[in-house]
Design a protein around this ligand. Structure first.
Ligand SMILES: [Fe+2]
Length: 354
């Protein structure tokens, strides 16, 4: 399967995975032939990228079905919980704890999991749920590679999932405003970490360290963050991991006020702010373990040839294994050529063609 931007989808393309809602229902099924109406619907739902079948990439399956199932369960229980918090009901959050634990167990025991694109779980109105899930998965992934214990990873994952729970206390008119927030509105918005901390304080099964993530996820190393303008050594490592994960996912997705950045541009913004906003130790792991060009992405390499990413090389963001399919003037090659860019000097991925 290959990963394409929804703008490039054409009637007749065949979907190669299930697109699910946040309640775990299958909305569009693997194998479905896309019509222009379906493509419109997917765009309307805010899905940027989809996986479709491609004969060149029949052997490539970047989506792990077990992970899809675990993510769906976490989003479902988070969705229930979010609605209950909005109604001031803070009981029964144990379900989410169990789901987070299963997710942590799965990620801890898996190798080579492709976490970057999570576009299998979308509806038009669930940005907060998907963003929270992506942030917690990214934080879990980074935490795992920083060597945290399983119990710490549960705290990091749960705390990151709940990082924006304080937004339940922000008026919808501000939360969903399409234009720029006024300075008064922004001041209201900046209170969501404090609200989040208050809400989680009333959930005894969430540890103080996990709770701290909601309070500190907008703090920055140089003191320019909010709500307390904390400095580097005043911010917990859990919160630093969640902060980077939050920003990376927010940049890589459409928001009401701007379009998504390509993942490589989002990656560059994070790296540029090492030591200013983000902790160097967290960025180092992010750089080493994260793949900015997910498997199945079409990319242009040095010299203008076009191919697809088929395997990641750890720590070599722009040097994955690629399957070249088109020459520099856009002609299809008679046979695809597989190249490990790590082993070839002078050729790297220049950009994603999405
Ligand atoms: Fe936030």
């Amino acid at each position: 399967m290959k990963l394409i931007n929804i703008r490039k989808a054409r009637p007749g393309d065949i979907l190669s995975y299930n697109i699910m809602t946040e309640t775990g229902q299958i909305m569009l099924r693997d194998g479905m032939v896309l019509s222009s109406d379906y493509i419109k619907k997917i765009k309307y739902m805010g899905i940027n990228y989809i996986y479709i079948k491609d004969e060149l990439l029949e052997d490539i399956a970047p989506i792990n079905p077990e992970l899809v199932k675990l993510k769906a369960e976490v989003v479902k229980s988070f969705n229930n919980m979010y609605n209950r918090v909005q109604n001031e009901d803070l009981s029964q959050i144990e379900g989410i704890n169990n789901n987070v634990r299963s997710l942590v167990d799965f990620i801890v025991s898996s190798k080579d999991i492709n976490l970057v694109y999570l576009s299998d779980l979308k509806t038009f109105d669930n940005y907060t749920f998907i963003h929270s899930l992506n942030t917690s998965l990214t934080a879990l992934f980074i935490g795992k590679h920083m060597g945290f214990s399983r119990e710490s990873l549960v705290e990091i994952t749960l705390g990151s999932l709940l990082h924006d729970i304080g937004k339940t206390k922000i008026p919808k008119a501000i939360l969903n405003k399409t234009g720029k927030l006024s300075s008064e509105e922004f001041e209201v918005m900046k209170k969501h970490p404090l609200h989040g901390h208050d809400v989680i304080f009333r959930m005894p099964s969430v540890s103080p360290m996990a709770r701290m993530i909601s309070l500190q996820h907008h703090e920055r190393l140089d003191g320019t963050g909010y709500p307390n303008g904390l400095l580097d050594n005043e911010i917990t490592m859990y919160s630093k991991i969640a902060a980077l994960s939050d920003v990376y996912d927010a940049l890589s997705n459409n928001r009401v006020y701007r379009n998504a950045l390509p993942t490589d541009e989002a990656y560059d913004i994070i790296v540029k702010n090492t030591g200013i906003y983000f902790d160097p130790k967290v960025v180092e792991v992010f750089k080493r373990e994260f793949s900015v060009y997910p498997i199945g992405t079409q990319v242009e390499v040095t010299g203008g040839m076009i191919g697809y990413v088929v395997k990641q090389n750890r720590g070599e963001q722009r040097r994955p294994v690629i399957r070249l399919a088109y020459n520099a003037i856009g002609e299809k090659l008679a046979y695809p050529i597989e190249l490990d860019l790590k082993a070839i000097d002078g050729i790297k991925v220049e950009k994603a063609v999405v």
